[in-house]
Design a protein around this ligand. Structure first.
Ligand code: PGA
Length: 262
């Protein structure tokens, strides 16, 4: 049985002291759960101070972005190479980066490869816009995003990748319509099928696939119950310690009910 992976994407919120306060509150409310892996993704500036504050038995860290080259004349950028040893994970290709910063399929492919090269597990975010869904292009979009991002990897590399299905229309930033669990289920199955086409059934079984988009403490269970869903990527609700602790608690209760809480 795989771990349940819960990722808090704080986006461009919280300065160092606000982030420290939130971690303090979360730490008080979070028990250590074997079987549940909780990852905090604060701004770049906050990663270093949080790394000394967090209880590593409870939390891991993720970057929200990084540059695909390891070093060089790229003023203002931070590389995956600089983040190694500091973070376990990095978000790659979040829809806000694809849309606001025009990140292309090729750039995202290079970032996934850079993360792997530096021993950081990329959390590759994929998902269709409302228009693409309306036009019946959801599968095509997911196919293109998944196959291009994974194209430079070996089967061993792929086992370190996490894929987060985040339909753009369900993310709070872009409308926050609540996706039906059946819609998440269909997309997650399709994503796994793409991985199977590229890397075979074992890779498809083992890769972790998350759901993200307006997940909160009242809806997380519906998504975690979806067949093949290994966790959640949480934005807005992760900034509220009560809600995020509630999300962790729901995940715990579900594992407990399924007899998977060792
Ligand atoms: P949301 O964000 O939970 O606020 O919709 C999710 C995300 O953008 O990762």
């Amino acid at each position: 049985m795989k771990n349940t992976l819960l990722v808090a994407n704080w986006k461009m919120h919280l300065n160092t002291s606000q982030a420290s306060m939130l971690v303090h509150r979360l730490q008080e409310r979070t028990r250590i759960h074997r079987g549940i892996e909780i990852v905090l993704s604060p701004s770049m500036l906050v990663l270093q101070p949080l790394s000394t504050q967090i209880d590593r038995r409870k939390f891991r860290l993720a970057a929200q972005n990084a540059h695909y080259k390891d070093e060089g004349a790229f003023t203002g950028e931070v590389s995956f190479n600089m983040l190694r040893d500091l973070v376990h994970y990095a978000l790659v290709g979040h829809s806000e980066r694809r849309i606001y910063f025009n990140e292309s399929l090729e750039l995202i492919r290079d970032k996934v490869a850079a993360a792997i090269r530096n021993d950081i597990s990329p959390i590759l975010c994929v998902g269709e816009t409302a228009q693409e869904r309306k036009d019946g292009h959801t599968r095509q979009v997911l196919h293109d995003q998944v196959t291009s991002a994974l194209s430079n990897l070996t089967a061993r590399d792929v086992s370190k990748v996490v894929i987060a299905y985040e339909p753009v229309w369900a993310i709070s930033t872009f409308g926050g319509e609540v996706a039906k669990p059946e819609q998440a289920a269909e997309a997650i199955a399709f994503i796994r099928h793409q991985v199977e086409q590229l890397y075979g059934p074992k890779a498809a079984r083992n890769i972790r696939v998350l759901y993200g988009g307006s997940v909160d403490d009242s809806t997380v269970r519906d998504y975690l119950e979806v067949d093949g869903c290994d966790g959640a990527l949480v934005g807005g609700a992760s900034l509220n310690p009560y809600k995020f602790a509630g999300i962790i608690e729901s995940a715990y209760r579900l594992r407990h009910e399924l007899g998977e809480d060792d």
